[in-house]
Structure formats: structure tokens, C-alpha cells
Design a binder for this molecule. Structure first.
Ligand code: ACO
Length: 322
């Protein structure tokens, strides 16, 4: 039986760091408020000429190098993003061209902050059915482009970045199970209510910004993620204590802490990057995963739980043996 295994990881953050102190000069806020409510101290912001594909390319090259394969070995590219470079071609096709790969399937996947988890599950299914052997799965965002920098309720939360993994066919189980969900009724709580089909004039009129009812999102996220952890453990006949590492979506330290508490997992078994990265949406999990692989925390053979919650609402988890 064919399984899929993560054989390489990579991440990239733009050079520019935006600190809470700088945000204090832009909106009525304070480092203390931001840190206490979210755990965020700083976030990275793409340079004006940098696009999502630029970030994706840097992360992808690092993942391919870590995997010890060459770019033409890749036979599937999925880019999870909410902030593509252009309407079309997809960012995945732009990335394919940059990497000098031709012919393989390449497409974008949009599930906002849950995008990487969705993309990993799709790639796993391609591999397990024999349709691909080496999948490049990327989460990449330039969220700074859809932020209203005068809205203190949202502008302090988000950042730019990209993370990537190479997922390859293996005879040993890597991905153990995936659990994807969505409930579109929650659209009003977290939305960018503008886009091409609704009329580009709205985008030009400055309505292509994140609108969020933060307190309501917070409550649903905490409850939903608790249930998702139970679902994942039950599907695998595992106890929560069997998980070596939790790599959660990095939206808010308090949401991460609540999930860890539900799992009775000490915080030193949870990979937390939100303090330096902010919420990078689809990029946050692969970025955090890469950090913990490169600093030696996540070791081969470890059981790792990835979980995410985002606009849609969408939510999902992947349990894997690294
Ligand atoms: N600085 C100072 N004060 C602020 C700021 C700020 N940056 N932002 C809001 N406030 C004020 C509010 O105006 C409010 O003031 P009031 O009491 O006078 O009305 C007060 O602080 C409390 O506001 P709340 O929104 O209730 O604060 P809360 O404790 O809920 O924290 C936060 C807000 C951090 C946004 C939190 O609700 C949260 O993290 N929500 C979840 C966000 C999230 O996880 N999104 C998920 C996915 S994102 C995606 O999918 C793209």
C-alpha cells in the first residue's frame, strides 16, 4: 500500500518586520494590548514589489533542497492561498514556471487559514491513489494587501509569509488521517466582501479588506478545534498523550493554548510562532512546521497533529508520522 510522507520542509518570511511599537504609531493600540490578547509581538510584511509567488518560490526551493530531490521530480503542485498574484493563471502555475517544471498538474486551493491542511489532504490522496509521487504543497500569503491599516481590530493580527513541504510516496505511513470541514453559514463573521465577480469597482473603492467579528470568531474557533482534536484521536484509536507535537494554525496564542489544554498537552509540545509571524493564514502551519523541523524539535518518527480554523468557516486537521 502506498502512503505519503513529508520528506522536506521550507519556509520564507519577507525581510521587513513590523513591530507592535510601529503599529502604535499607526492606530490607537499598544504593545501590551496586542500581546495580551493575541501573543503577537511582530509580523513580516512583503515589500511592495514582492508577490505571493515570490514568497512561495523561496519556501518551495528550501523544501525541495531539504527533500534532496530536484524540481523536475515534482509531479504535483498545490498552492494554498487567499492572496494569489493575479486572477489567472493560478499562483501554482506561476510557481511551476519559476521552478522550471513543465507538464505536471498545478492548481491553487482556497480555504483561507485552513488552506494548507486542505492542500495536504488533497496531495495525500493524489499520492495514495498513484496519481503523483512527489507533491509540492505550499501555503503562501501576502495578507498585508487585504488589510485595512486603519482598522485596529484586524491590522494588528496578520502577516505575510510562505511555507512548503514535499510530500512523497512511501511504503511507511506518514499521513495517518485528515479531517476537513466547512460551514458557509459563518461567512459574515470573517470575510473580504469584494472580488472580481462582485465588481472590480468595490476592490478599487477599498472594500477588499478583512472584516472580522473577532470575539465571535474566537468563541467558535475554540469550541470547534476542541471537537476536531477528539475526532482526529478517535479516528486513529489514539490517546491525546500519543501526540508528540501540536502544530496549530497561528492565529492567536489564547486559541492555541485552549486547544493544548483540551489535549492536556504541555505548551512545550506545541509549536508556537505567532509571536514573531502573526497570522499568516495558509502559510502559518507549514512555516511553524519548518521552524520546528529545522531547530530539531520535530524528529523523524514523531507523531504530529496539524490543525487549523479559518474563514468560511473552514477547519481541518492532519495527523502524521514525520
Ligand atoms: N488595540 C487596542 N484596543 C483594541 C484593539 C487594538 N488593536 N482592537 C480592538 N480593541 C478594543 C475594542 O475596540 C474593544 O473596545 P471596547 O470594549 O471599548 O468596545 C476592546 O478592545 C475589546 O475588543 P474585543 O474584540 O472584544 O477583544 P478580544 O479580547 O475579543 O480580542 C481579538 C480581539 C484579538 C481579535 C480576538 O477576538 C481574536 O483573536 N479573535 C479570533 C481571530 C481569529 O482567530 N481569526 C481566525 C482566523 S483568521 C482567517 O481565517 C483569515
Amino acid at each position: 500500500m502506498t502512503h505519503s510522507q513529508v520528506i522536506g520542509t521550507g519556509g520564507y518570511l519577507p525581510e521587513k518586520v513590523l513591530t507592535n511599537a510601529e503599529l502604535e504609531t499607526m492606530v490607537e493600540t499598544s504593545d501590551a494590548w496586542i500581546f495580551e490578547r493575541t501573543g503577537i509581538r511582530e509580523r513580516h510584511i512583503a515589500a511592495p514589489e514582492q508577490t505571493t509567488c515570490d514568497l512561495a518560490e523561496a519556501a518551495a526551493r528550501r523544501a525541495i533542497e531539504a527533500a534532496g530531490i530536484s524540481a523536475p521530480d515534482i509531479d504535483l503542485i498545490i498552492v494554498a492561498t487567499t492572496t494569489p498574484d493575479q486572477v489567472f493563471p493560478s499562483t501554482a502555475c506561476l510557481l511551476q514556471q519559476r521552478l522550471g517544471i513543465q507538464g505536471c498538474a498545478a492548481f491553487d486551493l482556497q480555504a483561507v487559514c485552513t488552506g494548507f491542511v486542505y492542500a495536504l489532504d488533497v496531495a495525500d490522496k493524489f499520492i495514495r491513489t498513484g496519481s503523483a509521487r512527489h507533491a509540492l504543497v505550499v501555503g503562501a500569503e501576502t495578507l498585508s494587501r487585504i488589510i485595512d491599516w486603519s482598522d485596529r481590530g484586524t491590522c494588528v493580527l496578520f502577516g505575510d509569509g510562505a511555507g512548503a513541504v514535499v510530500l512523497s510516496a512511501s511504503d511507511k505511513p506518514g499521513i495517518l488521517s485528515s479531517h476537513l470541514h466547512a460551514d458557509g453559514r459563518y461567512e459574515p463573521l470573517l470575510t473580504v466582501p469584494a472580488g472580481i465577480s462582485r465588481g472590480y469597482d468595490k476592490v478599487q473603492a477599498g472594500q477588499a479588506f478583512i472584516h472580522m467579528q473577532g470575539r465571535e470568531v474566537f468563541k467558535v474557533a475554540v469550541n470547534t478545534l476542541g471537537g476536531l482534536v477528539d475526532e482526529t484521536m478517535q479516528a486513529n484509536g489514539l490517546q491525546r498523550s500519543d501526540v508528540d507535537w501540536l502544530v496549530p494554525h497561528q492565529a492567536n496564542y489564547r486559541i492555541i493554548e485552549a486547544t493544548a489544554k483540551k489535549m492536556s498537552l504541555p505548551m512545550d509540545r506545541v509549536v508556537v510562532t505567532v509571536q514573531e509571524h502573526g497570522n499568516t493564514s495558509a502559510a502559518s502551519i507549514p512555516l511553524a512546521f519548518d521552524v520546528a523541523v529545522r531547530d530539531g524539535r520535530i524528529q523523524r518518527g514523531d507523531t504530529v497533529l496539524l490543525e487549523a480554523f479559518g474563514a468560511g468557516f473552514t477547519w481541518g486537521s492532519v495527523l502524521l508520522n514525520y
